[in-house]
Ligand binder design. Structure first.
Ligand SMILES: Cc1ncc(COP(=O)(O)O)c(C=O)c1O
Length: 406
């Protein structure tokens, strides 16, 4: 093992080595070890609350459209850009209905293999090595990873709980803003589970225009605000001057495994990202695109049906954790709770990573350590509401019993 690692060190780029193993990979190893031990020793089964991968189902019309189109030979062929026009037209029509914005399907829309793919590739399309880019802290891990792959320099803007996680853009001087080439952020915000406000995004877009940088707004939760209305860059008057916004079928339509998403943005940014992706992929199969089109056109209300389910999960889980001695700040968006480490864990001197490791070993409940989302996530964990309420409440009881013994 050390010899193989030594060889790999020599052969693997600094860029990739700098990525480290990542919080999700570390968690994955721990989950596998727990699941194996649990099966052998009759421990409680793994309850995985560490990923935003939902148990809720996609619309049947989307799955049926995929099934039907799978039988067509064209679905097995490479899908060059022209073949994606029906998809891009469906996206433009959705943008018109959703945001009252007229979008050019040929120049301002791009199909993606998941929004993560898009946000991770964008820095390569718009930055030169050494350029600076702004991230919120905590951030979504691939936002940082994308900068690393492009040999760019991240500048972190800490979000504070006592400001309701509102970004304080004045933390940077005018000169520091001028030095930036890109900012990547998203509201509703993962991991703080904060819906955010249109005014925050508008202010960011105004800064981007004033200081001449690209604004990438990652918006896979646009339809999953539980309180308030989710902001969108497309609603901001400046989007065509500086912006690109990323949307996904993974959360609102529960199609995460199908890897379907799209970007809408200023033509030069869409063109640059398309050019970059031309080196990397050939677009999703027509069959998958058929499912995405059906979701947009025949099941546009699907995310609305998910919201009450997530709201009930949020409220019941918050009550269960509070009863177990773990105070909860109620989040304003679906899918996650962003929790400070419970007092018992802080008293025991545990950090986020060691808390999650010990919690998993002791209870079989897997959460994500907040430090995986940047230094600002230390002292926190993220819990994903991706199982039925009974399982979530059972998990809360298991965690409560363990906390009582800490
Ligand atoms: C902020 C954010 N962006 C992107 C993604 C990934 O979305 P997709 O499945 O479209 O790649 C996630 C998934 O959790 C996310 O939270």
């Amino acid at each position: 093992m050390p010899a193989a690692e030594g060889m790999a060190d020599g052969l693997i780029s600094e860029r990739v080595r700098g990525l480290g193993s990542g919080v999700f990979a570390r968690n994955d190893r721990r989950k596998q070890a727990y699941a194996a031990a649990a099966a052998a020793q009759g421990m409680p089964p793994l309850l995985d609350l560490s990923l935003g991968s939902t148990d809720l189902q996609p619309p049947a019309v989307a799955l049926e459209a995929i099934r039907q189109q799978l039988a067509e030979p064209a679905s097995a062929a490479y899908c060059l850009h022209g073949a994606t026009r029906p998809f891009r037209e469906a996206v433009a029509a959705w943008a018109q209905r959703r945001f009252a914005v007229a979008v050019d399907p040929d120049r301002e829309v791009l199909l993606l293999v998941g929004s993560q793919e898009g946000t991770a590739h964008l820095p390569l399309a718009v930055l030169n090595p050494g350029d600076q880019a702004l991230l919120l802290d905590p951030y979504y891990p691939s936002h940082r990873g994308g900068l690393q792959l492009a040999s760019a320099q991240p500048r972190l803007l800490p979000l504070a709980a006592d400001r309701g996680f509102a970004p304080d853009w004045d933390q940077l001087s005018a000169g520091q803003w001028d030095a930036l080439k890109l900012m990547v952020l998203g509201f509703p915000h993962n991991p703080t589970a904060t819906t955010g406000q249109q005014a925050w995004v508008d202010a960011a877009a105004a800064r981007a225009v004033r200081h001449g940088l690209v604004f990438a707004h990652d918006n896979p939760y646009v339809d999953l605000a539980l309180e308030g209305e989710a902001p969108a860059l497309l609603r901001s008057p400046h989007w065509r001057q500086c912006g690109i916004e990323f949307f996904s079928f993974s959360k609102g339509w529960c199609l995460g495994g199908y890897r379907l998403a799209f970007a809408i943005g200023a033509e030069p940014l869409i063109t640059a990202l398309r050019q970059l992706k031309g080196v990397v992929d050939f677009n999703q199969s027509l069959a998958l695109q058929a499912g995405a089109i059906a979701a947009l056109e025949q099941a546009p209300q699907w995310p609305e049906r998910l919201r009450p389910i997530y709201r009930e999960r949020r409220d019941r889980m918050a009550a269960a954790l509070t009863a177990a001695g773990w105070p909860v700040r109620l989040p304003s968006m679906a899918l996650y709770l962003w929790l400070e480490l419970p007092p018992q864990a802080r008293a025991a001197g545990l950090d986020a990573e060691s808390f999650c490791a010990r919690l998993l070993e002791a209870t079989g409940v897997c959460l994500t350590p907040g430090n995986g989302f940047g230094p600002g996530g230390e002292g926190h964990v993220r819990l994903a509401l991706v199982h039925p309420i009974e399982q979530l409440e059972q998990g809360a009881r298991r965690m409560g019993q363990w906390l009582a013994q800490l």
